[in-house]
Ligand binder design. Structure first.
Ligand SMILES: NS(=O)(=O)c1ccc(C(=O)NCC(=O)NCCc2c[nH]cn2)cc1
Ligand SMILES: [Cu+2]
Ligand SMILES: [Zn+2]
Length: 257
């Protein structure tokens, strides 16, 4: 979107259905509140395999509604395999969602509870589709890994990212960001919940196989303040860029733990 839809007052998630009817009429919208009691353990789920090569990291950008690190996805350098998916999904980018205070900010909830932020690692099905744009319109086109950020000790891997924020303070700015290994942002345990969902920002396409990790990583309050120092459109602080939970509409959330 030229004017990103978070920053214009009254143009947040509650008005997206005007331009994107799938927001209201869709059957597999994201995020959702994961009620653990209602999830189903599925022993047939394979372990999640995330193989990331730091040489594929390219740039860091403030795109007006999040901070995003883009990867070279012209070859299978950084891929997701296993879990509920067959085949291999190529890492394209990762970005974050966070709140204006530590008590909110994540998109998925667990038993109604929010975390301070949520990391999304976005992969596309490079075995079946030519590029991310073509994959993004297919029901099995994207695989996104969600990692919760919980307030606790400062996270040194995250600090490397935050130190690069000075060069992307303003909206629509981009800087080199090479040799970053996204696996440093993952928790030691890759247990996950999985369900069929969508992009959580416009165009809200219903093309995402979600893998939400059970174990959060930590972030300190001070580090969260650095996220909030980034600017939205028209110099507004970038924060509260999360969509509230959407109806499950009969979907089952499975877990591998
Ligand atoms: N939150 S999430 O469900 O993980 C997610 C949401 C949107 C996209 C996406 O690919 N969205 C289209 C697009 O082209 N995004 C470019 C960035 C942009 C859009 N508007 C301004 N900059 C990918 C993942
Ligand atoms: Cu946008
Ligand atoms: Zn996201």
């Amino acid at each position: 979107q030229s004017v990103c839809l978070w920053s214009v007052p009254g143009a947040g998630p509650s008005s997206w259905h005007q331009s994107f009817p799938v927001a209201k009429d869709g059957s597999r919208q994201s995020p959702v509140d994961i009620r653990n009691e209602e999830t189903e353990r599925d022993p047939t789920l394979q372990p999640l395999v995330l193989k990331y090569d730091p040489r594929s990291s390219k740039t860091i950008a403030n795109n007006g509604h999040s901070i995003q690190v883009d990867f070279d996805d012209t070859t299978d350098q950084s891929v997701l395999k296993g879990g509920p998916v067959t085949g291999s999904y190529r890492l394209r980018q990762f970005h974050f969602h966070w709140g204006s205070c530590d008590g909110r900010g994540s998109e998925h909830l667990v038993d109604g509870a929010s975390f301070a932020a949520e990391l999304h690692l976005v992969h596309w099905n490079s075995e079946k589709y030519a590029d991310v744009a073509n994959a993004a319109i297919e029901p099995d086109g994207l695989a996104v890994v969600g990692v919760f950020l919980k307030i606790g000790a400062a996270n040194p891997a995250l600090q490397k990212l935050l130190d690069a924020f000075d060069s992307v303070q303003k909206e629509n700015t981009k800087a080199d960001f090479k040799n970053f290994d996204p696996s440093t942002l993952l928790p030691p345990c890759l247990d996950f919940w999985t369900y069929l969902g969508s992009l959580t920002t416009p165009p809200l396409l219903e093309s995402v196989i979600w893998h939400v990790l059970k174990e959060p990583i930590t972030v300190s309050s001070g580090q969260m303040e650095q996220f909030r120092s980034l600017k939205f459109t028209a110099n507004k602080p970038m924060q509260d860029n999360f969509r509230p939970p959407q109806p499950l509409k009969g979907r089952k959330v499975r877990r591998n733990f």
